[in-house]
Write a protein that binds this ligand. Sequence first.
Ligand code: ADP
Length: 720
Amino acid sequence: MKVASVLIPLPVPEAFDYEVPEGLEVVRGDHAAVPLGPRLVRGVVAEVRETTGSNRRLKAIAHLVDDPRVPAGTLDFVEWAARWTLSPPGEMAAAALKGLRAPRPRPERRVRRVGERAPARPTAARSAVLEALGGRSMQGAELARAAGVSSGVVKGLLDEGVLETVEIEAVAAFDAPDPGHAPATLNPDQAAAAEALAEATARGGFAPFLLDGVTGSGKTEAYLEAAARVLAAEPSAQVLILLPEIALTQALIERIADRFGAAPAEWHSGVAPPRRRQVWEAVAAGRCNIVVGARSALFLPYANLRLLVVDEEHDGSFKQDEGLVYHARDLAVARARIEGATVVLASATPSLETLWNAQQGRYGWLKLTARHGAAVLPDIKLLDLRLSPPDPQTWLSQPLREAIGETLQRGEQTLLFLNRRGYAPVVLCRACGHRLTAPDTDSWLVEHRYTGRLVCHLTGFTMARPKHCPSCGAADSLVPVGPGVERVEEEVRQLFPEARTAVFSSDTAPDGRSARALIQRMADGEIDILVATQAAAKGHNFPNLTLVGVVDADLGLRGGDLRAAERTYQLLTQAAGRAGRADRPGRAILQTWTPEHPVLIALAAGDRDAFVEAEMAEREAASLPPWGRLAAIILSSENAMAVEKTARDLAEAIPNAERLEVYGPADAPLALIRGRRRKRLLVRADRDVDLQGFLRVWLARVKVPASVRLSVDVDPYSFL
Ligand code: ADP
């Protein structure tokens, strides 16, 4: 008897077995409808094996579903990713099938000729229509336009039966990229990097690289050239480029279209579902060579994936924290290993994990040491706020104000960077000192002036600004404390009323289209001073931007989590790196109360190695990543007692293990979110410990009640 294991999109730890009916041809990767309770559900066949009968009676596969088979590499990857992240394999498979579950694009209604039939009354207009149409099919309106007649003429021919309407399924055609279309002339560093990548890909087999180049050094040019060589050598090859933000995709898509004479496929949550289905099918059929996307593009069913690029690999957005918890950079490396492909992690400020791998010789290390052409790195200065403090209730010190004024006078642009949305991060009652929080969440409400509301950034809860303090009832006593981007823009407008200003944050540019529009206005010189959160700090090229002012360089350093220093270093380097990308030199001014902080000293000196060395030494001393590994377990429930009890049960069930410690359970820093109580446990292990194996044994020992949600976060980035 043949048995098939079928992955079903359910939170269960393994695939379910079904009998393969006599005579049914089933192979791994097929889509099958299988009975589950009273229903039929769809799943993917993960394995087919021969058994000599079993004592369990298995239900049988009902029938196969005629969808493109999931390639072996994609299934191997899904299974590996589920094991690595301790996620249900069926749910991981569902992530890979998302595009296939989207509706098909609506068929197009077109008209075409019925045989050789001629109109009873030929007129000049009617002949023009038949001539424009020829043997093709066209949309009615398009045909009328092409023939230069009114749509009534086409309708008349339809009524007479000379033309007929047909419904044609829209199949996405992706033009083949032309590697020789518009090659760039690379500088020697870039050429060497592209060469190394192309060579490794031609050799075949897993080949991971760090592409390490300062901002503006031409990393994109280098990996696009590598892609061109890979495609020239093997026209069926597929290339995936992952970006951390949807807002960055459009610029890259345009660059690729210019370079290859054909646009790549785009894949992220902003792409309409019918289009996603087309991309899924084209990728599976090998009809599409270049994909540009967000982290979920990793799960597409590539027919022949040869080269993966993770651009801005240090970016925390690659970590998905909700639903399936995974880090797209780490999974990209795994996918490359499974596919026997080349993977390039590109950054000006690589993560310590990736630098560690490069230092250990596990990754090839390609370096671009200078900005391309005449562009030089910006001059970075620390501005000691203790010496020039801003006036009360303002945030820009006198020297920074002067620098903005000079930049304006020269007709150049300024970016003021503050990683805080809204008007003020805290609203306080002057009468009683109460700080406003969301009703069911441990998080302060942020004042937003544009919308006139108070917003919880964690849950999205909003309310109108109350007239009275909710705690003491005092009237008109609520005051904003501290600056957000909106408040800094207000200050800028008062200081420079003639300047054209704008705010760039996820509030002013909530989707790809509005972000693109803002970026375009900035690139076109329609904005003099842009006040921005990290939304604008990465990736973009603004040729006329010569001054970057960091309003609060200390902000990220106060958090105290594992990567606080690393993140601050990366973010501020990226923000400063926006300045002076063309032929005009740029400068960056960092306002700080702690100019003696080692991170800021390293930044000002442009001495990344010193920063990395110091930070690595601290991590090594504490055996923290990249020297050790972490995993978090987060419990949450509306029932506080149930969370307590499950946390205690977990603590009592910790298996014995060496070179591994468990911390907690403790209240999470955000102990209450949307009315749910939260507790955390943290596991630290040496690198050679089987952390996932330990977690599996541990979790199998504890029964978690239905009222408690338990989630596992392997390699956590958030500790809240
Ligand atoms: P990075 O990805 O390292 O930030 P980019 O690839 O975006 O850098 O390059 C920065 C700027 O320099 C871009 O405008 C790019 O077009 C230009 N540039 C880089 N390398 C070259 C080259 N070899 N020839 C022409 N322009 C280049």
